[in-house]
Ligand binder design. Structure first.
Ligand code: MF3
Ligand code: CO
Ligand code: CO
Length: 268
């Protein structure tokens, strides 16, 4: 198996899918408030994706193991849940932090992005974790250019996270993405500079660090999907889909409603 290189048509398909993915997250933003249930958010996302965007929710019935199809349209991971939380009927509470992970298929191409939402007022520690994880994502993105190595991305994220006393989840990673949801390569969020595959223009991949306030260890719940921190410490995640361009990177999952690019990212 090899890493796919997208041609001009593929890049266009990826740009469209990425933009729609970000639009779903924008659409959900005003609904994320104390009292709303994650099932309500799931239904809003599904209706918007299918009826307004004329696209498909990739998670619904996604079944990489062939044994346990994912039952909902989005992933919603609260507080100590790391990723792949399944929407349910429990209302969100003031002070919760919520990751919403959206993957949209449009004309066969996938866009994948997730954001953290603060439900009402969050604690200083929770806000700090969410903000630092966002910065960690961008530390990774800044490494992306032809000739760089996947290990450069992982190293930048790990160094930043651990430098701020946070731990990096090892068992889940970013991934190549295109006409398949999860393609080669794996994009680890830890590692050594100069190691692993070299990036080439036309690759599309996600970067999606999961950072814990406590220890890095995780466990899977009995539903076969939800991942939580073993020590029950808070966990945060942000995800973008990225195109490797001839000169660097293009973030495909930006939108009007996504948070501003961090100040350390120079735009020129
Ligand atoms: N969106 C997740 C990712 O970033 C994968 C979710 S798989 C699902 O790779 F089945 F849980 F939706
Ligand atoms: Co992903
Ligand atoms: Co995702």
């Amino acid at each position: 198996m090899t890493i796919t290189i997208k041609d001009e048509a593929g890049i266009n398909g990826m740009r469209i899918a990425g933009r729609l993915t970000a639009q779903v997250l924008d659409y959900l933003t005003p609904f994320v408030k104390p009292g709303v249930t994650t099932n309500e958010l799931d239904q809003l996302a599904e209706d918007y994706t299918t009826k307004v965007l004329h696209a498909i929710s990739a998670p619904l019935n996604y079944d990489p193991s062939g044994r346990n199809p994912y039952p909902k349209s989005i992933c919603t991971s609260i507080n100590h849940q790391v990723c792949h939380g399944i929407p349910n009927d429990k209302p969100l509470k003031k002070g919760d932090i919520l990751n919403v992970d959206v993957t949209v298929i449009k004309d066969g191409w996938h866009g994948d992005s997730s954001r953290m939402y603060l439900v009402g007022e969050a604690s200083i520690a929770a806000k700090r974790l969410c903000a630092l994880t966002y910065d960690a994502l961008w530390r990774g993105i800044l490494q992306v250019r032809p000739g760089a190595h996947l290990g450069d991305i992982g190293h930048a994220i790990q160094k930043f996270a651990e430098g701020h006393g946070l731990s990096v989840v090892r068992e889940f990673c970013g991934h190549g993405i295109g006409q398949k949801f999860h393609e080669e390569p794996q994009v680890l969020h830890y590692g050594k500079p100069g190691t692993l595959d070299e990036l080439r223009a036309g690759m599309t991949l996600t970067i999606e660090p999961m950072l814990n306030a406590g220890r890095k260890e995780i466990k899977e719940l009995g539903d076969g999907w939800t991942i939580v921190t073993k020590d029950h410490s808070l966990s945060a995640q942000w995800e973008h889909t990225i195109l490797v361009t001839p000169t660097g990177y293009e973030v495909l999952t930006l939108s009007d409603g996504c948070p501003p690019v961090p100040a350390f990212v120079s735009v020129n």
